[in-house]
Design a protein around this ligand. Structure first.
Ligand code: G3I
Length: 458
């Protein structure tokens, strides 16, 4: 998800489970901008998020900080496999929904963590192997991603699948033993289930250029070349007392592949350098256009999984630490680059066009397209924005370059597949509030459309 700039934060509104909804736009007042992590990050076109636990939400110090300071939420444990499918085929979203509802009620973006992981599997999955496990895993991805379709800006589709150490290869696990293609199978299933979500690969010990991050880099490059749907790489960034000198360079090399980068689980061991490291990470993200957001892995030190290391931005009493101030200052000071899902230059696997927008007028709509391209194909995301009046039904016209064709569309119905192709809203996303927007997507062969789409309302 790209975050609109200058005090405006595009937020998915609360919705019935499984339904993609038109987005509303919450305006953060000028006085608020820059005084909280979320508001300041939004000023830089990014999100600043936090991992929360459903069991702690009744603690008002905790929930107030989460509500006040951050503009994106992720479940620390509640959306994992053991939590959402405790018995095979029997899904339980009670606690996951508590997190999702907290995000929706408070106007926060929502990250999804994590669809498949070798850890925190339910017992029944741990006991499966081969085809039975593969089928169960893909079914899990499909069911959970469908459940939250339209509500999640980015999903960690696969978590921690690479081994530590010098080899740069895959981690052994029951999932890996189902075949090396399990990761791409998961990404394809996630794309089909929730086409609007950014799909991320997420891992730790990837906080610089090293064998593990290079193994992941090679996988992402291969996925982009073969059209496997991947949109982002999550760098967990559970950090010690120093920061790898290639931290930013590593973010940049992933961005240059044509994927977004998100800092997904940031925490830093307490020590003399903690505030500096937090600030350096923030600056590194701001310096790379495709680094779209940062999430810290917990609210207060006392909430952290790293017991005794005090690795977060608030102390056990909920007071802001020096690390908090250094992050806020870095956000307010830095960032000459604003994120876009489309870099302007890059390798052949990179996207090829920048988004363009028609200024909306009353009773009208405008559309802009963002491309994720690879050699021979692309995925296009189209944002439809209402002008100063609400829109009730819309049609977007796209010119597909000759030689190429639209192969599938989501959240819209297409007429035609080549040349002039029109996309009509579907039942649930035809109405857009004044100033609001909705998004649809399509996949195609050949080169992606470069001309600004037309949009007509009604
Ligand atoms: O909820 C039960 C509780 O009922 C029980 O009494 C208690 C006894 O141990 O366990 C509680 O569950 C624990 C859960 O956290 C909630 O606190 C689990 O044992 C414990 O394993 C689990 O740890 C989580 C860990 O992932 C699991 O591997 C941490 O909270 C969570 O912060 C951590 O997050 C991971 C990311 O998902 C992936 N990257 C690394 C990161 C840190 O390990």
């Amino acid at each position: 998800m790209s975050i609109p700039r200058k005090g405006r934060l595009g937020l998915l509104s609360a919705a019935t489970a499984g339904v993609v909804v038109a987005a509303t736009v919450a305006v953060i007042g000028a006085a608020e901008a820059g005084t909280t992590l979320g508001a300041s990050a939004a000023e830089k076109g990014r999100y600043f998020g936090v991992a929360i636990a459903a069991g702690r939400l009744s603690d008002s110090t905790y929930s107030t900080i989460a509500r006040t300071e951050f503009n994106s939420i992720v479940a620390e444990n509640e959306m994992k496999w053991d939590a959402t499918e405790p018995q095979q085929g029997q899904f339980n979203f009670t606690n996951a929904d508590r997190i999702a509802n907290f995000a929706a009620t408070n106007g926060k973006l929502l990250r999804g963590h994590a669809l498949l992981w070798h850890a925190q599997q339910p017992g029944w999955a741990q006991n499966l192997s081969g085809t039975a496990l593969r089928n169960a895993a893909i079914n899990h991805v499909t069911r959970v991603a469908t459940q939250y379709r339209g509500k999640i800006h980015s999903w960690d589709v696969v978590n921690e699948a690479f081994a530590d150490g010098s080899g740069g290869g895959r981690r052994d696990s029951n999932l890996q033993r189902t075949g090396n293609d399990w990761i791409e199978a998961a990404f394809r299933a996630a794309r089909a289930a929730d086409p609007g979500a950014k799909l991320c690969y997420n891992d730790y010990n990837t906080d610089g250029i090293n064998a593990k991050s290079t193994g992941i880099y090679n996988m992402v490059r291969d996925f982009k070349a073969r059209g496997v749907p991947i949109d982002c790489v999550g760098l967990q960034s559970h950090l010690g007392t120093s920061l790898d000198s290639t931290y930013q360079q590593n973010i940049q090399r992933f961005a240059d592949l044509g994927v977004d980068v998100q800092i997904t689980e940031l925490d830093v061991q307490q020590g003399n350098n903690q505030a500096n490291i937090f600030a350096s990470v923030t600056r590194a993200c701001l310096a790379v256009a495709r680094c779209t957001g940062i999430t810290v892995w917990g609210v207060r030190d006392s909430d952290s999984w790293r017991t005794g290391q005090n690795p977060l931005l608030f102390d056990a009493s909920g007071n802001k630490k020096a690390a908090y101030t250094s992050v806020l200052n870095a956000l307010n000071a830095g960032g000459t680059t604003t994120p876009t899902t489309v870099p302007t230059t890059g390798p052949t696997t990179g996207p090829t066009t920048a988004p363009t927008t028609n200024p909306p007028s009353s009773g009208a709509c405008s559309a802009r397209v963002t491309l994720n391209s690879w050699s021979g194909g692309y995925v296009a995301t189209v944002r439809v924005t209402a002008g100063s009046s609400a829109v009730n039904g819309w049609t977007v016209g796209v010119t597909v370059p000759s030689g190429g064709a639209v192969t599938s569309a989501w959240n819209a119905t297409n007429t035609g597949t080549s040349g002039s192709v029109s996309f009509r809203n579907v039942g649930y996303n035809g109405q857009i509030a004044a100033g609001g927007y909705t998004e649809f997507g399509f996949q195609g062969t050949g080169a992606g459309p470069t001309a600004t789409p037309t949009c007509s309302a009604g």
